[in-house]
Design a protein around this ligand. Structure first.
Ligand code: AR6
Length: 335
């Protein structure tokens, strides 16, 4: 999956390269830099000494030594001094230069910490949005899986208002669900209280006749449009290309080819929803697409209600949706 947010210690990740939020000496320090040097062992510092430092916004690579990665890419973020000294452009350069370097080294998976958002004081919310926007632009032209590692949950805060709105939405939906469950429970009680003199016999409801199949084989052969068929049809109807669709869905090319070539492919629920978001499907269409993969949206699940919230509000920004899911401790969308 092209961008993935994970909450972890970056030194534990098994990827081709991890990025270090270093300082211009490249000789180690505190924060993530200290953790990376501690986990990699002293040989990392030995190699760093030979690099001759690094300018702010630039990136240099070393081997990973005892870490579970081939390379460490050291980049130097800007120190935040209020935002008027080109901090944003410098932070963007950190991500761009690290990604270009990773690509030149043949890396397919790269993990970033939130550069500058610790000791260097860059506001975490803004640091996160620079990270997401810059990585996203890079992935528009290049295939790679990029992990943005969130060490402390406070780094990952979507706007207070959005959190409040989603909370309200969840509370309302849960309340509905409970109300309906209670109403269901009360039904026999209401019937008991009926004045039987006024009681009218319920109208006869005619059920639709069941479909008639000559045999089980016959029944199984009459499959409806599958998930992959509906997905490809919707892509055509929207006038999108496959690439546009899977990039918007934050799904990687290999997974998309699998879905394309297997009409009975069964995706995960997160993948199916990611495509619904990429295609800007209405709530009903989303439910239809999900049903084809064997899933539903339910008001008994916070994940489902959050997805519904975004669709109902016409917000199809998958990164914002993922930030909200992360905020509410739910699985993220994508592969
Ligand atoms: N894994 C992932 N993220 C981490 C980890 C970890 N193990 N440890 C901290 N973070 P910082 P900076 C997060 O201060 O702001 C060093 O001394 C942390 O929560 O490490 O770019 C260097 O030598 C924060 O969100 O880097 C420099 O002198 C983010 O990583 C200076 O700090 C970055 O925090 C660089 O400051």
């Amino acid at each position: 999956m092209p961008i993935e947010f994970i909450r972890d210690d970056i030194t534990r990740l098994h990827v081709d390269a991890i990025v270090n939020a270093a300082n211009s000496t490249l000789l180690g320090g505190g924060g993530v830099d200290g953790a990376i040097h501690a986990a990699a062992g002293p040989k990392l510092l030995e190699e760093c000494r030979k690099l001759g430092g690094c300018e702010t916004g630039e990136a240099k690579a070393t081997k990973g030594y005892k870490l579970h990665c081939k390379y460490v890419i050291h980049t130097v973020g800007p120190v935040w001094t209020g935002g008027k000294r080109g901090e944003k452009a410098l932070l963007e350069s950190c991500y761009k230069n690290s990604l270009l370097l990773a690509k030149s080294l043949g890396c397919e998976t790269v993990a970033f910490p939130l550069i500058s958002s610790g000791v260097y004081g860059y506001p975490k919310e803004e640091a996160l949005s620079v990270a997401v926007d810059t990585v996203k632009s890079f992935l528009d032209v290049c295939d790679m899986t990029v992990y943005i590692v969130i060490f402390d949950k406070a780094s990952f805060r979507i706007g207070e208002k959005l959190v409040r709105d989603i909370k309200e939405y969840i509370d309302d939906r849960y309340a509905d669900e409970h109300f309906n469950a209670r109403a269901e429970h009360m039904r026999p009680f209401k019937a008991n209280r009926h004045d039987f003199a006024d009681y009218a016999a319920p109208k006869e409801v005619k059920a639709a006749p069941p479909p008639s199949f000559a045999s089980l084989k016959d029944a199984v052969s009459q499959l409806d449009e599958s998930f992959s068929e509906m997905l490809l049809r919707k892509i055509d109807e929207e006038g999108m290309t496959d690439v546009e669709c899977y990039k918007k869905a934050n799904i990687d090319r290999k997974l998309f080819s699998k879905i394309r070539s297997d009409r009975l492919y069964k995706p995960s629920k997160q993948t199916a929803i990611a495509f619904a978001i990429a295609l800007r499907l209405s709530l009903d269409e989303t439910k239809e697409l999900l049903m084809k993969a064997g899933f539903a949206l339910s008001h008994s699940s916070r994940f489902d209600i959050i997805i519904e919230y975004f669709i109902v509000h016409g917000n199809y920004n998958i990164f914002e949706i993922n930030e909200a899911l992360f905020e509410f401790d739910q699985c993220l969308l994508g592969a």
